[in-house]
Design a binder for this molecule. Structure first.
Ligand code: PLP
Length: 407
């Protein structure tokens, strides 16, 4: 049975409003997804009934909050098929997860002359932490090039890999193009040279089945807010052995076993990396977002989104002046484009006047935009609650806008 988008829409309150006098058409899901009512209710329920600090309390509320918080870790372990719950660390988001690895694993294990590989299509959060680390350590950052469709050039990857490669940090799915990278092959090849692999899963975890044991990635970073969950919450998965070998990220409460002025001993994983009072309410509410995905099933969600993508690609492809950006064979439901003779920002503003929310600009991938020789794109990204009729509306709005410069 295909997903029933109308029914799904009914549990997303934010979708039922007018923007600029028109019904909202929310096509900015790669930036952040909307939240189902169950997530919103979980947030208020927590503060109404369970609010308490976790792990240390001897009272009922603290015990309840701790159990709910830790339950999300268990659900995530299943969601990713991690071996153990302790391999799941809560962070602020993908950005913090990557920075955590750079600041701990990177500082300890990357030394002068070592090489780190990333690709042309990385988000800034998977570029800048490595640039900072390389500057500090006198290590070398190397870039895997892509072709004009927005696919990694695997031959070039092969020739960049060598014994000096210590880490490959790569985006699983490109936020700007939608490309699904061949990460299984990348991981296998990197491991052959003894390099560790970090996957930026910010865009993949919402669309694909990401099985960390099957992929054999060493780290996976992602954000709850792109998976129908709250903002300000992320996950870092890491293999136990590697996490245990890493020094702590931040010092403070929770991450210690014992503190004296002479010496401090650190807590076990995952707590070693969760200093201070964490984002308790959001972690608990995230469970509801994961339940929402699990109940629908990833493959059903993907089929729906893939159908929307091919429908939109063919419909918008007929518009005179439409220039797609990112035409990889393997893609998720991201349609990046430009309109001949128009600035993407202007297109975005005109769509907004029609109640259509898209993202415009460089999508935090400036080097990728430089690769394509463009300033930015208009990006429509589809989710499980989007419908074909919304895409009809998008296509007719884009056609009208394109006509201004493409008679
Ligand atoms: N990586 C990719 C591919 C992304 O799409 C994003 C967010 O857009 C990030 C990293 C950063 O995520 P966050 O801002 O939630 O930390």
């Amino acid at each position: 049975m295909p997903v029933n988008s109308e029914k799904i829409r009914s549990i997303f309150p934010v979708l039922h409003q007018k923007v600029n006098g028109k019904p909202l058409i929310y096509l900015d899901n790669a930036a952040t997804t909307q939240k189902p009512k169950s997530v919103l209710d979980a947030l208020t329920d927590y503060y109404k009934h369970d609010n308490s600090n976790i792990h240390r309390g001897a009272h009922t509320l603290a015990d309840r909050a701790t159990r709910y918080y830790e339950k999300t870790r268990t659900v995530l372990k299943e969601f990713l098929n991690a071996k153990e719950e302790e391999e799941i660390i809560f962070t602020k988001g993908t950005t913090e997860s990557i920075n955590l690895v750079a600041a701990t694993y990177g500082r300890k294990f990357i030394t002068k002359g070592d090489e780190i590989l990333i690709s042309t299509m990385e988000h800034h959060s998977n570029i800048v932490p490595w640039q900072m680390l390389c500057e500090e350590k006198e290590a070398i950052l190397k870039i895997i090039p892509i072709n004009d469709s927005g696919e990694i050039l695997m031959d070039d990857f092969d020739s960049l890999l060598n014994e000096k490669t210590k880490l490959v940090s790569i985006v699983h799915v490109s936020n700007a193009l939608g490309t699904i990278n061949p990460v299984r092959e990348i991981i296998k090849k990197a491991h052959h040279f003894g390099a560790k692999v970090l996957l930026d899963g910010a865009q993949s975890t919402s669309h694909l089945d990401v099985n960390v044991q099957e992929l054999d990635c060493d780290f996976l970073a992602f954000s709850a807010h792109k998976l129908y969950g709250p903002t300000g919450l992320g996950v870092l998965y890491g293999k136990r052995k590697i996490l245990e070998s890493m020094p702590p990220y931040q010092g403070g409460g929770e991450m210690i076993k014992e503190v004296t002025f002479a010496k401090t001993t650190y807590n076990d994983i995952p707590f070693k990396f969760e200093a201070g009072t964490p984002n308790i309410a959001d972690v608990i509410a995230f469970q509801k977002a994961l339940e929402f995905i699990n109940e629908l099933g990833k493959s059903k969600i993907k089929t729906h989104e893939d159908n929307l993508l091919s429908y939109a690609t063919s419909l918008l492809g007929e518009i005179k002046g439409f220039i797609p950006v990112g035409t990889a064979k393997e893609k998720v439901s991201v349609l990046s484009f430009n309109i001949n003779g128009m600035h993407p920002f202007d297109v975005g503003m005109m769509l907004d006047a029609n109640g259509i929310a898209v993202r415009t600009g460089h999508h935090c991938t400036q080097p990728l935009m430089q690769r394509f020789g463009i300033e930015g794109t208009v990006r429509a990204s589809f989710s499980v609650y989007n419908t074909e009729s919304e895409i009809d509306y998008l296509a007719s709005a884009v056609a009208k806008i394109a006509k201004i410069k493409n008679k």
